[in-house]
Design a protein around this ligand. Structure first.
Ligand code: F6P
Length: 373
């Protein structure tokens, strides 16, 4: 028996995808429908809202998706206030708001990372619409939550990759530098690095000293260990770069540097990732072959882990409950063992990086992992 409608919500997934998005959509939709709320799914993130592309979600559509990776609604990094249209960037906030009103929505549920938290809050502040967000990202760097969904799945993938790199590094007596995602936050690299037993872990929060890295590698070799595994986050910077940035007041980190390369056609500039640069420097300094593996989008693909499936279902259904109570303009985060609402204004625009006194760092140091400092 269909329940009497108690309003309509929209739901969208924005930013980079990750395992668990479908599980959250399912959790939100099933719980909302349980309370008699209609659910519309906007396609391709905020772009679908601006272009008014939505489908009605029913039990059939959200069944069988708990274990599926990606997002069946599609995602994009488009923002309503800076939307690329026909080669131009336009502020389409008012169009997004108009479509929200046309669809007679009571709330827009946005699943996303830091960018999405900001964009949802902006829509609320500037457009006067009600929103509710959920913390999605493999980076684990959303404020006001102990964990984000997708992180555990990505950590499992990165850990397995380190395990596999270990065996081949051992066979060939090589140094392998494994580049792990995470923007400016080292959670994924640190977690997978510890779980995979990396010998050196470099994260953006701790500018690395090449000398310390080389010293660790040399000592390992001298002690008879003929291979080494170096886990590096994509946003690492050296001590020199950190100092230069502090002096120059620059905010952004170099994700890649330009180097010159000789080819039969002559000398030209190419981009070199921080991991490749580090491997090149390590090989030059130690004389040991150093290879790079960049895990890239493999970390965001495939099914969520059981931990994430449970977390996503808990977060999604909690959101459904809060929506039924008319509790809006919040993010549903995790605090201890509970899923709890937190004011969105406390989340938007903030980033949760690894604190320098975090217990994971002490753990790593106590098992003699070099953190590059
Ligand atoms: O924010 C998630 C994330 O996977 C980051 O770790 C990474 O830096 C970025 O997205 C990559 O984004 P894209 O898939 O758009 O290249």
């Amino acid at each position: 028996m269909p329940k009497k409608s108690r309003g309509t919500i929209g739901i969208l997934t924005a930013g980079g995808d990750c395992p668990g998005l479908n599980a959250v959509i399912r959790g939100v939709a099933k719980a909302a429908m349980h309370y008699g709320i209609r659910v519309l799914g906007f396609q391709d993130g905020f772009r679908g809202l601006v272009e008014n592309r939505a489908i009605e979600l029913d039990n059939r559509l959200v069944s069988g998706i708990l274990t599926q990776g990606g997002t069946f609604l599609g995602s994009s990094r488009d923002k309503p206030h800076k939307m690329p249209v026909g080669g131009r960037i336009m502020d389409l906030t008012s169009v997004a708001v108009r479509n929200y009103r046309r669809r007679k929505l009571d709330c827009l549920v946005c699943l996303g990372g830091n960018g999405t938290q900001k964009n949802a809050f902006r829509l609320h502040e500037r457009g006067g619409i009600d929103v509710l967000t959920l913390p999605k990202t493999i980076d684990n760097d959303v404020a006001e939550t102990d964990i984000t969904f997708g992180f555990d799945s990505a950590m499992a993938i990165a850990t397995e990759a380190i395990d596999r790199l270990h065996t081949t590094a051992t066979s060939h007596h090589r140094i392998i530098v494994c580049e792990i995602m995470g923007h400016d936050a080292g959670w994924l690299c640190l977690g997978a690095g510890i779980a995979g037993g990396a010998d050196i872990i470099l994260i953006p929060e701790i500018p690395y000293d090449l000398e310390a890295v080389v010293r660790t590698l040399t000592l390992r070799r001298k002690s008879g260990k003929r291979f080494s595994l170096v886990a590096v986050a994509e946003g690492i910077i050296s001590k020199e770069e950190a100092d230069a940035r502090a002096r120059g007041g620059k905010k952004r980190k170099p994700a890649a540097t330009a180097v010159t390369q000789q080819s039969p056609e002559g000398v030209h500039l190419v981009h070199e990732s921080v991991a490749s640069r580090l491997a090149r420097q390590i090989q030059q300094r130690t004389g040991v072959e150093a290879r790079v593996t960049s895990l890239g989008h493999v970390q965001r693909g495939g099914p969520p882990t059981p931990f994430d499936r449970l977390l996503c279902t808990r977060l999604g259904t909690k959101a459904g409950e809060l929506l039924a109570q008319g509790h809006y303009n919040i993010m549903v985060g995790v605090k201890g063992t509970e899923c709890v609402p937190v004011p969105l204004e406390n989340v938007a625009g903030l980033k949760r990086t690894v604190p320098l006194d975090h217990p994971w760092l002490k753990t790593a140091r106590l098992v003699e992992t070099c953190l590059g400092d």
